[in-house]
Design a binder for this molecule. Sequence first.
Ligand code: FAD
Ligand code: SF4
Ligand code: SF4
Length: 442
Amino acid sequence: MSVNKIRYVVDNNLCVRCGTCVGVCPLNAITLNDRNYPVKNSSCTGCGHCIEVCPGIDVDFPELTMQLFRKRFNINGLLGFFTNAYAGYALDPDIRANASSGGVITQLLIYLLEKKIIDGAIVAVTDPEAPCQSKPIIAKTKDELLQSMQSRYTIIPVNQLFGKIRQMEGKFALVGLPCHIHGFRKLANIDPVIRDRIYLVLGLYCNLNLEQEATLDLQKISRISQKEIKNFEYRGGEWPGAIRITKKNGNTHNLHYSNYKDGAFNYLSRLYYAKRCLYCIDGSSELADISFADPWVQDGNGDWVFKGGWTLIFERTEKGGMLLAEAERDHAIFLKRLYGYSMFKRFINNINKKRKMALVRLSNLKNKNKPAPEYHVDDPTIPVKDRLKEYIFSLTLVFGKYEGVRKIITAIIFSRIGISLTKLRIFLKYRVSNIRLSNRRF
Ligand SMILES: Cc1cc2nc3c(=O)[nH]c(=O)nc-3n(C[C@H](O)[C@H](O)[C@H](O)COP(=O)(O)OP(=O)(O)OC[C@H]3O[C@@H](n4cnc5c(N)ncnc54)[C@H](O)[C@@H]3O)c2cc1C
Ligand code: SF4
Ligand code: SF4
C-alpha cells in the first residue's frame, strides 16, 4: 500500500528523485528506473516508511527548523538561519582550480577524513560506465573525494545510499541539494542509526536542476561518441568553467565558450528544467549544517568580483561552525568573514525569485485542486505583480515541453552562430548599457 503512495508521488510529478525511499526500505523493495524515479517490486510489505520520509510530498519546514535551530521558520527569510557567512577557498591550489567554485566542500571533506573526524562521505562522481552521467558513492579515500569535485547539474539520487550507510560502521558526511537534505532530516527523525552515522550535512544552493537529457543531447551535438568520452563537466577548466568533454585520449573539447554563468547554462535551464523544481521553495539548503554557493557578484563592467574560484559559505549549526574553524586553523581552507550583503543583492534576488515563483505555482495547483507538495506554511497573499512575473517567466519555459523543439534550439545555441549571439548579448549587457550591479571589489 505504501509503495502505491510512492507511485502517487511519482504520477503526480511530486517526486524530487532524491532516493530517500530507496535508502529507507529495509527490504530493498524500491529501485530506481533509468530516469531515477522509484519503482516498486513484489517484496513490499506496506510498512509505510518510504512515504513517511518522502520530501517530494511533504516537508514540515517550521517543525524541522525548530528541531535544528530552535528558531521559527520564516517564509520571507530567504537565506535561512545562519550564524556566519564567508567567502573562501581550498588552500590546495589544485583543488581550488578543479572544483566548481572554490573547492571548499572537497577540501573540507578531505580534511575531515584525514583527521578521522569522518570515515567517508556520500558524494557524486562520474559514472565510468556512462561518462556523461553521474552516480552517488560513499567516498572513503582522498582520491574518491577528488573525483567528486564539480557541480553536476543533473538529478543524482544520493539518498539511495542510506541503506548501505546503515550497514557500515563509522561517521559520514552527506553532500546534497536542498531536497536531499529534506529527505535526510525526515529520515533522521525515524531512524536513529542514520541520524548518528550522518555526522555532517553539507548543502548546496540550488535554483533548479536539469534533466539528464540535457547532457545526452549535448553529447550528441558534440558528435563525440560515448565510447570516446572519459568525462563530461558543466564547469570544467578555468573558473567559472565551461561545459566540456574530456576524451579518453586526454583531449578536451569545450561545447560552449568559457563563461558558465552568462553562457549556455541559462538557456539549458529553460529547456531541460526538472518540472518538480518549479515547486521547490528552498534555494539555500536551509536545513544543512553548512551551505555552499557561488559568490556571483559582478562590477559595473560585468567583471567578476570574486575571480579564480571562491565558495560562498553559510555556517548554520554550531557543529558546522566548529569544523570550519578547525579546517581554517589547520590551513586547509581560507575564510574571509562577510559582514555586509549589499554586494550579494542579485544573488539574494534570485533566491527570492525562486521562492516567490514557487509559491505562485503552489497556489495555482491548490486553486485547481491538484496534488501539491505540503510545506506547512500559511497560504501567502500573492500580489498580482508576482503572478504576472511568474506568468511571463513561465512563457520562457514553454519550449522545454517539446523534446524535438528543445533539441533544435540547443543545437542552435551550441552552434558557432549561437555562441556569437551569446557573446554579442553579453557585450551589449555589460559594455554598452553598462549596468552597475556593484562597484565594490574584493
Ligand atoms: C544542481 C545544482 C544547482 C546549483 N545551483 C546553485 C545556484 O543557483 N546558486 C549558487 O550560488 N550555487 C548553486 N549550486 C552550488 C555551486 O554550484 C557549488 O556546488 C558550490 O558553490 C560548492 O562549490 P565548491 O567548489 O565548494 O564544491 P566542490 O568542491 O566542487 O564539491 C562539489 C560537491 O557537490 C556534490 N554534487 C555535485 N553535484 C551534485 C548533485 N547534482 N547532487 C548532489 N551533490 C552534488 C559533489 O559530490 C561534491 O561533493 C548548485 C549546485 C548544483 C549541483
Ligand atoms: S522519497 Fe524521494 S525519490 Fe522517493 S518518491 Fe519521495 S521524492 Fe521521490
Ligand atoms: S530546485 Fe529543489 S527540488 Fe529541484 S533539485 Fe534543487 S533542491 Fe531539489
